[in-house]
Design a protein. Structure first.
Length: 272
């Protein structure tokens, strides 16, 4: 008998120029938003950040832009963002960027009511992607995740990478409350990604799909998502790195990263 569990609560909104719908999507979550990103002056993304703010403000949503996200998000940055979210009574979050921006937003979402986060305890306690844990905060802050890469699939998973730079530590925390409410996936946002990053993030998505396919916990559902992702990446990524402006290739890779993330969230990773 093939026993399995499957949980994928995130609403996926996928398609060309879907970023334009951000205001309408966000309006249902409140009037005060924290936009979580890397540095607002980052050349490849600064215009997108401005655009997102303009779309949100046009929907009468006040935006607090937290632009201090770093790769493999360090705990001091996460704690700073949590403090700002609480001080400003934020209604919801928008994580815009790669996995680090979305993971930072996830941590804010579920840890915001904790006065002093015991990170060591969190690393040891929240270790399973298959466990339905008790709530960390009485109410999470809703999160809209908008990926600008086709790689981690963080927009549809319950996993967060958390780092302590001074100790050279990187840990993964799983919590079922960390799933974003919405994954807004617009492949046009990936069109400006340079060749090296396109290749690296695309291979990351392949690894997620491949590893989760091999897990004992894989089911017919996760394998269906995984095999589509694997085939699409194999057939598309080598062509995309030589044709970076091809929207159809970008669309295929964004879908593949999403499908790989769904598979990963429900079957987990392994060493292939």
């Amino acid at each position: 008998m093939n026993n399995f569990n499957f949980f994928s609560p995130t609403r996926i909104i996928f398609g060309k120029n879907k970023i334009e719908d951000l205001g309408n999507i966000a309006a249902r979550y409140g009037k005060k938003c924290m936009l979580v990103t890397t540095n607002k002056n980052e050349p490849a993304l600064k215009d997108l950040y401005v655009k997102a703010i303009n779309i949100l403000e046009s929907a009468n949503i006040a935006v607090l832009h937290f632009d201090e996200v770093l790769p493999n998000p360090p705990i001091d940055i996460i704690e700073k963002a949590i403090a700002l979210a609480n001080e400003n009574n934020i209604d919801f979050l928008v994580g815009l960027g790669g996995g680090s921006s979305i993971d930072t937003a996830k941590s804010i979402s579920i840890f915001h009511e904790v006065d002093k986060i015991n990170w060591s305890e969190a690393y040891q306690k929240y270790t399973s992607p298959f466990t339905m844990y008790e709530k960390i905060s009485s109410k999470k802050i809703p999160l809209i995740a908008i990926p600008t890469t086709a790689g981690t699939g963080s927009e549809v998973t319950q996993a967060m990478m958390v780092s302590e730079y001074e100790n050279n530590e990187k840990n993964c925390i799983f919590h079922n409350e960390a799933y974003p409410e919405v994954a807004l996936i617009d492949p046009t946002l990936c069109l400006t990604i340079p060749k090296r990053l396109t290749a690296a993030t695309g291979f990351d998505a392949f690894c997620h799909a491949f590893e989760s396919y091999l897990r004992d916990e894989a089911s017919d559902i996760t394998k269906a998502f995984g095999i589509i992702a694997i085939k699409d990446i194999i057939n598309t990524l080598p062509k995309l790195v030589n044709d970076l402006g091809n929207y159809e290739y970008r669309e295929t890779m964004s879908k593949a990263a999403c499908f790989a993330g769904i598979s990963l969230a429900n079957a987990a990773a392994t060493l292939p």
